[in-house]
Design a protein around this ligand. Structure first.
Ligand code: ARG
Length: 438
C-alpha cells in the first residue's frame, strides 16, 4: 500500500533505448502519472529528433532535449582532468562524471515543468543508480524517486517487447547489441556480453572511438596542447572551446589507437565488474598535464596532489560530486594550479602517447642550475653539509641499532654473524663525535 500522495507528473531520464522506452508506458500504468522525457545531449552519437519522436510515440506528454556538452566539458571533465581524477589507477570516469550533470539537468527540467517525481533507467546492480539518486536527493529532496528496474518484473528484452506490444506500442526490434554501452564526449564504456568473462580478451570489433593500434598510421603525429592554470585551452596553437577541443582531439588520438583500457573494477555496490573503456582525448590531456606539472609544480605540491587525485577519482566514482569535499579539493587546485600554464607536445603513435617537449612561462627548470657545466649560482661545496644533515637521522638510528659493534654489523647478512663481527670490530667503528660534534 502506497501511503504517499499519488505522483502527478514524473520526469524520466530518457535515452531512447529499449529500457527507458518501455518505462514510459510502465510508469503511466503503475503510477497513473504523466511522463516527461528528459534527454541529455552529452556528446553521444544520436539522432535526437528520432529520440524525441519515440518518446512521444511511446506515451510521454512531452520530451525535452537538453544540450549539456559545453557544461560537461568545462564544468565536469576539465575540473576532473585538472584534479588528475582516476579510479583504481586506470578508469578516467567518463560515465561517473556524466551522471551528476544529467541528474542536475533532469531536476531543473522537472521543476520547470511542475513535476513531482523523478525516474531513471539504471538497474539495481550498478553504480549509476547511486550517482543519480544521490544527486536527486542533494538538489531536490522534495521530489519522489522511482527506479523501475528495481520494481518491475520484466526480466528480458522479450518481456520488454511483449509489455509494450500488449499496450499497443510498437518498438522497432533492433538487432540485439550484446553489450551494454555508455557513450559521451569523454569516452565509450562497454560492458556485458562476452566481456563478462575477464579471462577472455575483448573482441576486436567492440571499439567505437579508437582504431586498432596495429592498424594505426605508421607515421607518428605530434599534437601541441596548451594549458592555462591546469585547464586545456588550445590544440596545435588554435584556441578552442573545451568541448570542441575534446571532440577534435578524440578524432586525432582515436585514429592513432590511443586511450584503450581493459580492466576489472570495484563497483560501489560491492561486486567486481569488467569494462573496456576508450578515452582518447582524456588520455592525451592527462599525459600532457602531468608533464606540465612536472615542469611547473615543486615536488611537495605535486606529491600532495597525487594523493588528492586518487581521492577525487573515488568521490566522482562514488557519486559524491555535489559535496563539500569536491568543492574544497577544487579550491585547493585553484591555488596549486595558478602556474600550471604552458604548452606540451605529445607524440601519438600506434596506441601510445608520449610527451616529448614542454615550455612554460612558469617553468621551475633552470638550465643554469641543472647544467653539468660551470655555474655561478650553485656552490657544490654546499652539498657536503646538506648531505650530513639530510642523512643524520638515518645515521643515528643505524648507530643505535648496531650497538658497540658499529653500523656495519646491523646491516650485514644475518646468516653470517662471525663475518659481520670481523667486518666491524669495535675499534674501527666511526666515533660518535663524527656525527654529534657539530
Ligand atoms: N562501470 C562504469 C562506471 O560505473 C561504466 C558504467 C556504465 N557503462 C555501461 N557500459 N553500461 O562508471
Amino acid at each position: 500500500m502506497r501511503t504517499e500522495k499519488p505522483i502527478q507528473r514524473i520526469a524520466l531520464a530518457y535515452s531512447g533505448g529499449l529500457d527507458t522506452s518501455v518505462m514510459i508506458p510502465w510508469l503511466r500504468d503503475n503510477y497513473g502519472c504523466e511522463v516527461l522525457a528528459v534527454v541529455a545531449d552529452i556528446g553521444q552519437e544520436e539522432d535526437f529528433e528520432a529520440v524525441r519522436e519515440k518518446a512521444l510515440r511511446t506515451g510521454a506528454v512531452a520530451c525535452e532535449v537538453v544540450d549539456l556538452k559545453a557544461e560537461f566539458a568545462s564544468g565536469y571533465l576539465f575540473p576532473a582532468l585538472r584534479a588528475g581524477a582516476i579510479y583504481e589507477g586506470r578508469y578516467l570516469l567518463g560515465t561517473a562524471l556524466a551522471r551528476p550533470l544529467i541528474a542536475k539537468a533532469q531536476v531543473e527540467t522537472a521543476l520547470a515543468h511542475g513535476c513531482d517525481a523523478l525516474a531513471h533507467g539504471c538497474t539495481g546492480k550498478g553504480n549509476d543508480q547511486v550517482r543519480f539518486e544521490v544527486t536527486y536527493r542533494t538538489l531536490a529532496p522534495q521530489l519522489r524517486v522511482v527506479a523501475p528496474w528495481r520494481e518491475w518484473d520484466l526480466r528480458s528484452r522479450e518481456d520488454e517487447f511483449a509489455y509494450a506490444e500488449a499496450r499497443g506500442i510498437s518498438l522497432p526490434v533492433t538487432p540485439e547489441n550484446p553489450y551494454s554501452i555508455d557513450q559521451n564526449l569523454w569516452h565509450t564504456s562497454t560492458e556485458g556480453g562476452v566481456l563478462e568473462d575477464p579471462a577472455m580478451a575483448p573482441p576486436d570489433d567492440i571499439y567505437r572511438m579508437t582504431t586498432d593500434p596495429a592498424d594505426a598510421p605508421d607515421e607518428p603525429r605530434v599534437v601541441e596542447i596548451s594549458f592555462e592554470r591546469g585547464f586545456p585551452t588550445a590544440l596545435d596553437g588554435a584556441r578552442l572551446e573545451p568541448w570542441h577541443l575534446i571532440e577534435t582531439l578524440n578524432e586525432i588520438a582515436g585514429s592513432h589507437g590511443v586511450g584503450r583500457v581493459d580492466l576489472v573494477e570495484s563497483r560501489l555496490v560491492g561486486m567486481k565488474s569488467r569494462g573496456v573503456y576508450e578515452t582518447p582525448a582524456g588520455t592525451v590531456l592527462r599525459a600532457a598535464l602531468r608533464d606540465l606539472e612536472s615542469l611547473t609544480l615543486d615536488h611537495a605540491t605535486a606529491a600532495y596532489k597525487e594523493g588528492l587525485s586518487t581521492r577525487y577519482g573515488e568521490l566522482v566514482y562514488q557519486g559524491h560530486w555535489f559535496t563539500a569535499l569536491r568543492e574544497s579539493l577544487d579550491t585547493f587546485l585553484d591555488a596549486s594550479h595558478q602556474t600550471v600554464t604552458g604548452t606540451v607536445s605529445v607524440k601519438l603513435f600506434k596506441g601510445t602517447c608520449m610527451p616529448v617537449a614542454r615550455v612554460s612561462p612558469f617553468s621551475l627548470y633552470q638550465e643554469d642550475l641543472a647544467t653539468f657545466g660551470e655555474d655561478a649560482v650553485y656552490d657544490q661545496k654546499d652539498a657536503a653539509g646538506f648531505i650530513r644533515l639530510w642523512g643524520l637521522s638515518a645515521e643515528v638510528r643505524a648507530r643505535v641499532l648496531a650497538g658497540p659493534a658499529g653500523p656495519a654489523a646491523a646491516h650485514a647478512p644475518s646468516a653470517s654473524p662471525t663475518a659481520s663481527e670481523s667486518m666491524a670490530p669495535e675499534s674501527t667503528a666511526p666515533g660518535r663525535e663524527a656525527v654529534l660534534s657539530g
